[in-house]
Write a new protein. Structure first.
Length: 343
């Protein structure tokens, strides 16, 4: 059940060219900005979008030559696409029935899957009578009831409210852990990716820009998109020992490097001052406040200077510093919270 694919889809203004491998039992999340090619990749795997080139093999068998309905795939769509005229039980039984199973057998299998996802008591309900979280679980049961070798999930939690999403995310992780096939998940939510996936693949402009375990990608982003996704300030410069020169600004770090390097630090590590602080911090520069916005329980300050940066500070600090657009401030970041790695 190993997935090995190269997905090439060419359109007039866009080309997807993505190499993809997923091991049995592994969950791989595709992340990227809108228009990056995530859903196109998923639809190509499912056979809903034709390839312009490349291949899709599953355990050595070519899938790209098979019609969509013949591929050993289960798919959960963003809006679930449950059949409104069928009961929950018959929605889940639909796939096995199409595979040639008798009505009694397919309904028996559907009952088992509804029990696994905790919805045995909703078997007779119609989709319109379900909550968002219940509909998501029915869609997952329907996808798994066909005993797929490859499971495809397109933004499976996007339609849920925040409270339901928290609960369903943990349940979905449990079901994915028990699934022995390959799983490809498309999401724009970094938390969904971090919790559900074993490996992240980041796509921008139809091409892979970074991949690795979630913790590694979060710790060492390689593009501005990934840095914003995981909440870091990211710069590219030239390292000389524990100093990285970003433009004309030298940033001191904890890791000694030489040559092209990335340097990153979290917005929470940024301290702001009305006047030059005492003690001469090693990473210190002047900047202009470009904007101020709420960010969770804190306030995110947008700064422009030798480098653009984000700072997360308390509402009280905003008032004390009288931060308004256009104000000049001093910016400081501790070297111990500034990390460098090879570019």
């Amino acid at each position: 059940m190993t997935l090995d694919a190269r997905l090439v889809v060419t359109r007039p203004a866009f080309t997807l060219d993505l190499a993809l491998d997923v091991q049995p039992g592994e969950v791989v999340a595709l992340l990227g900005p809108n228009g990056a090619g995530k859903t196109t990749a998923l639809r190509a795997l499912a056979g809903l979008t034709g390839l312009s080139g490349g291949h899709i093999t599953l355990s050595g068998r070519p899938l790209h030559t098979m019609p969509a309905e013949s591929r050993p795939i289960g798919m959960v769509f963003q809006d679930y696409l449950l059949f409104p005229h069928l009961s929950v039980l018959d929605n889940v039984a639909f796939g096995p029935r199409c595979q040639g199973m008798s009505k009694a057998e397919s309904r028996g299998l559907a009952t088992e899957w509804l029990d696994r996802v905790g919805l045995a008591d909703r078997a007779a309900a119609r989709p319109r009578q379900l909550s968002g979280g219940q509909a998501q679980r029915v869609a997952l049961a329907r996808a798994l009831a066909v005993q797929p070798e490859l499971l495809l999930l397109d933004e499976p939690l996007a339609a849920l409210d925040a409270h339901t999403r928290l609960q369903i995310r943990s349940q979905l992780r449990r079901h994915l852990t028990a699934f022995g096939g390959a799983t490809v998940l498309v999401t724009h939510d970094p938390l969904d990716a971090m919790v559900l996936a074993d490996r992240l693949i980041v796509i921008e402009h139809g091409a892979l820009v970074q991949q690795g375990p979630p913790a590694e990608v979060a710790r060492r982003p390689r593009t501005d998109y990934v840095a914003r996704l995981v909440g870091l300030n990211l710069y590219r410069g030239v390292a000389d020992g524990t100093r990285v020169k970003v433009g004309e600004l030298p940033l001191h770090t904890t890791e000694p490097l030489d040559g092209a390097a990335f340097v990153a630090f979290p917005p929470a590590a940024v301290a702001l001052y009305r006047t030059r602080p005492d003690g001469s911090p090693r990473n210190l520069w002047q900047a202009r406040v470009e904007g101020v916005e709420r960010h969770g329980d804190n306030v995110r300050v947008h700064l422009d200077g030798p480098v653009t940066a984000f700072a997360d500070i308390t509402p009280a600090a905003v008032a004390d510093l009288d931060l308004t657009p256009g104000r000049q401030v001093w910016v400081s970041v501790k070297a111990t919270e500034t990390h460098a790695y090879p570019a």
